[in-house]
Design a protein around this ligand. Structure first.
Ligand code: GRF
Length: 192
């Protein structure tokens, strides 16, 4: 734990490729530290990545997350003042949103407000984008509120969709945009 830096927690449910970029970006940062990684999945790849970087981890069950506010105590133990959702699949409950008002950001692999909401995660997003015949897609980094994929937009970046693209092709292009921008945008939000 660091008292002098802004301590952030990353919440993630999956493999954590974005989380890795963020950990790498802030590894020796003068004012921002990834102090904790939280997952709702015991076997999430992101937990191994955190260990690689020497970052503490916490696994919360869905019931603990929704039926208690125990996580606030853990976040406070680590002096967390900012939360990054990087592929976190549970809807963030109101007690966390209220406690971290305007201090939670999410990344979504499409140009919100299109292709967001419940069920719009992973390959489903890119399938829907392709199905709709979109000519471009991209990423949205936004503040998080109590609804899926809503909250003020901070940043968007776009990429083209070609006629022969599969949903997997689109997913790859979008993921590389995420890797390029997410950590930098977090840094901007935290340091300006
Ligand atoms: C990303 O596409 C992100 O936009 C979404 O979940 C995915 C996480 O991927 N919210 P990874 O676990 O960072 O590879």
């Amino acid at each position: 734990m660091s008292k002098s830096k802004i301590n952030i927690a990353i919440f993630a449910s999956g493999s954590g490729s974005n989380a890795r970029k963020i950990m790498e970006h802030f590894k020796n940062h003068p004012s921002v530290k990834v102090a904790l990684v939280v997952s709702n999945k015991k076997d999430a790849g992101v937990l191994d990545i955190a260990k690689e970087y020497g970052i503490d981890t916490l696994t919360v069950s869905k019931s603990t997350f929704y039926e208690t506010d125990n996580i606030l105590t853990s976040l406070s133990d680590y002096n967390i003042s900012f939360i990054v959702l990087a592929g976190f699949l549970l809807l963030v409950p109101q007690y966390i949103i209220r406690h971290f008002n305007k201090k939670i950001v999410n990344i979504h692999p499409a140009l919100l407000p299109k292709f967001g909401g419940k069920g719009m995660f992973g390959i489903h997003v890119h399938e829907a984008v392709k199905e709709a015949g979109e000519k471009e897609t991209g990423i949205t980094i936004h503040f998080c509120n109590e609804h899926y994929d809503e909250g003020n937009v901070i940043f968007q970046a776009r990429c083209p969709i070609f006629p022969h693209d599969t949903a997997q092709d689109i997913a790859k292009r979008v993921l590389s945009l995420e890797h390029e921008h997410f950590a930098k945008v977090i840094e901007q939000v935290l340091t300006i």
